[in-house]
Design a protein around this ligand. Structure first.
Ligand code: SAM
Ligand code: ZN
Length: 392
């Protein structure tokens, strides 16, 4: 029995309705939430679209996403969906062909560089309704050709495993791959997602298209965004690109819209010694679309045993409870430390207190133990201190 790149024995693997051979290439069982979300979005598109659909799994590995789309996202009239499944590694071809051979719809399997698949699609006027780009590293160079091969209102699932640049640990790398300043921030996964969306938005806008994030998440290693490419920009969409500054002394945060950039106010640090660490341009708009998430969660397929994993179920619940806006997020640990109390107040209590004080507040769906709010740090520290004294 051969081993996959991650040491998983090359045997039959089951996930959802799919049963397949993993082959000897890259495969991560832990990425199941991203595959479950891919199937859910494909189902959602299929249920709401008329006519033919064309879906592309561009870096397919063993072909599990295409296989699950074919088995789980098209319950009736399989012929209305055409699947395109590609992996650049020619050694994957026999595995792809065998795994996808039983699907009832037309399936085009190839082993070409993604750049070639997309260039051919462009030359031949072939557009896709859904593209899943599950890349290694930073996918920036493929964004423009991917968007050019996506149909208006089409869906794109984009993964990046480059965590160092967008989290501020490789600042030169961030300038190169994102065209942006990236600074270390406690909400590091969220900033990485916002950088990815900022890059996507700028590329979509260059084509005259709009960008609507549907869902964004990470487990700290891979940063995943699911977006809809709109035919036109929404009014004021350019206001969703901006800069986020964090005081390196007191932790205060300020957001500015790029279009209206007007310098930074002095931070109200007690010491006056704080300097702003500025990240951006990045996406400062919502990370999720609550309507789409609610529709995904209403899908009756979710009631079938094993349709999605428990982990995916919890992820969707977290994302639905957090619209991903405003863009300012604080770890409760940091707030507790700055107030000088032992442990942080329970996040739900803090959310309630901040809402009562007249501000927006949500538990972050992106990183555990973080509060999303438009209240400023002074208010947050006072509310934290009040909660702490109520509890003693
Ligand atoms: C993260 S893995 C895909 C995993 C798969 N989507 C899954 O859910 O299990 C990335 C795949 O992309 C392929 N790949 C890497 N660079 C590529 C390129 N430029 N064009 C096409 N495929 C590429 C690799 O061979 C690898 O199988
Ligand atoms: Zn400060």
């Amino acid at each position: 029995m051969a081993d996959t790149a991650l040491g998983i024995p090359d045997h039959h693997y089951r996930e959802g309705s799919a049963s397949l051979t993993l082959g000897s290439g890259f495969f991560r069982p832990d990425s199941r939430p991203s595959r479950d979300c891919s199937v859910l979005l494909a189902r959602h598109q299929q249920q709401n679209a008329e006519g033919q659909l064309r879906w592309l799994d561009l870096m397919a590995g063993c072909g599990i996403r295409g296989l699950r789309w074919g088995l789980e996202a098209v319950p009736a009239r399989a012929e209305r969906v055409e699947l395109w499944v590609n992996d650049g590694d020619p050694d994957r071809l026999p595995c792809l062909e065998s795994n996808l051979s039983g699907l009832p719809m037309p399936v085009r399997i190839s082993s070409q560089a993604a750049e070639v698949v997309l260039a051919q699609a462009y030359l031949e006027g072939r557009f896709f309704d859904l593209i899943d780009l599950d890349a290694f590293g930073a996918p920036g160079a493929l964004i423009q050709p991917v968007l050019q091969a996506l149909r208006f209102e089409g869906l794109l699932l984009l993964a990046s495993t480059d965590g160092r640049s967008p989290t501020g640990h490789d600042r030169a790398g961030a300038v190169r791959s994102l065209g942006a300043a990236a600074r270390v921030h406690p909400a590091s996964w969220e900033l990485a997602l916002r950088h990815q969306l900022g890059l996507l938005a700028r590329q979509a806008w260059m084509l005259g298209r709009g960008l609507q994030p549907l869902l964004c998440f990470s487990e700290g290693r891979t940063f995943r965004v699911g977006v809809r490419m709109r035919r036109h920009l929404q009014p004021g969409e350019e206001h969703r690109l901006g800069l986020l500054a964090r005081c390196d002394a007191c932790g205060s945060q300020v957001v500015q819209i790029l279009r209206n950039l007007s310098g930074w106010p002095a931070c109200r640090c007690a010491s006056g010694a704080g300097r702003w660490s500025v990240s951006g341009p990045l996406w400062i708009g919502p990370l999720q679309d609550p309507q789409t998430l609610a529709a995904l969660r209403r899908d009756p397929w979710l009631r079938e045993p094993g349709a999605i994993s428990n982990q995916t179920q919890r992820l969707l619940e977290r994302l639905e409870a957090d619209p991903g806006s405003p863009a300012t997020v604080w770890p409760t640990d940091e707030l507790a430390r700055r107030v000088g109390i032992g442990g942080p107040p329970p996040l739900n209590q803090l959310v309630t207190a901040v809402r009562r004080a007249g501000f927006q507040a949500y538990p972050s769906g992106v990183m555990a133990g973080q509060l999303r709010t438009d209240a400023d740090l002074t208010v947050l520290l006072r509310l934290c201190a009040d909660l702490c004294s109520e509890g003693t």
